[in-house]
Ligand binder design. Structure first.
Ligand code: ZN
Length: 87
């Protein structure tokens, strides 16, 4: 899926480097990973507090992010134009 691949490219990761996630992950699984497990932020290496799942060409993969990197990602997707687009 294009969005998942774009997300991974943004944070500089290949799907092969990430932990496999359940294909039908539910909110409880996401919250458990965020609150009861310790993972490193994929972008900066800090303590991750947000768990996302990316659907990639090799299946679902966990994407763990710290609060700063999650905010950065949200801001990227909230921009009306991606960098480099004609205004
Ligand atoms: Zn981070």
């Amino acid at each position: 899926m294009r969005e998942a691949e774009e997300l991974l490219a943004l944070i500089g990761q290949l799907p092969q480097m990430l932990d496999a996630a359940p294909a039908d992950v539910d909110v409880d699984q996401l919250r458990r990973r965020e609150r009861e497990e310790v993972h490193r932020c994929l972008r900066c290496g800090g303590l991750a507090i947000v768990a996302l799942v990316a659907s990639t060409t090799i299946g679902a993969r966990w994407v763990d992010l710290c609060s700063d990197c999650y905010r950065w990602l949200r801001q990227y997707y909230d921009q009306p134009h991606a960098p480099g687009d004609p205004a």
